[in-house]
Every structure is written in C-alpha cells, then in structure tokens.
Design a protein around this ligand. Sequence first.
Ligand code: ZN
Length: 133
Amino acid sequence: MKPTHIEHLGIAVKSLDEAIPVWEKMLGTKCYSIEEVTEQKVKTAFFKIGQTKIELLEATAEDSPIAKFIENKGTGVHHVALAVEDLQGSLNEAAELGIQLIDKTPRKGAEGLNIGFLHPKSTGGVLTELCSE
Ligand code: ZN
C-alpha cells in the first residue's frame, strides 16, 4: 500500500459547536472547512497542521456510524487516514494481505477525496481509512 503520510486523524465529537473552539485554541489555527457528508450521516470540521489534518466528526442522525461509535466507546479518536497514490490498487493489496475491507471500491469522502475503509478487526482495533485525491 505504501502510504505517503497521515492525511488526517478523525475524531468523534458530540458537538462541533463545542469542539471547534476547543481545537482552535489547542492548535492555534482556525477551522478552515465545515462540510456535511450526507451519505455517511456526519458533519465534519477540518484543521490543517502541516500536511496532516484533524477531522472532527459529528453525527447528523441517530443511526450515524459516529453516533454508534460514541455510544460504544465515547468521544475521541475514531480513525486514522493514510494517503495513498493508488486507492483501488491499495484496497486490492490490503485484501491480498488478508485485511478485511469495509469498502472494496473507493467512495466519496469529505474534502473531495476518494476513500476506502479497512475493518478495525483486521488492524488491531484501529479503523483505518485509505484516501487519495
Ligand atoms: Zn476521515
């Protein structure tokens, strides 16, 4: 798969309105984008730190994956996103390595990126997102 860098860290929060000012203070930088991804029932807020980003995720529905995550594990780090050059090739490679895929083919994520998730059962409990432009 050969990821080039950590594209972003996804963090589950209960409320963007509450979390954004906290992270703005902590990072010393303003949130530069708020975007709703209706397909995933989340609203996201992004911060840039060098070439890495922090993605805050708020559920927009009770059956949102983020709502379920917070119910089970509480708020906090939700996923790690690795940038890859060839997303479909990387998903195929992961499958060949015996890693269980959530997405066999890329789908659209926030920030206009193409994304695909690897199942945390195969990655030591870390939900891992592969993404490419
Ligand atoms: Zn993400």
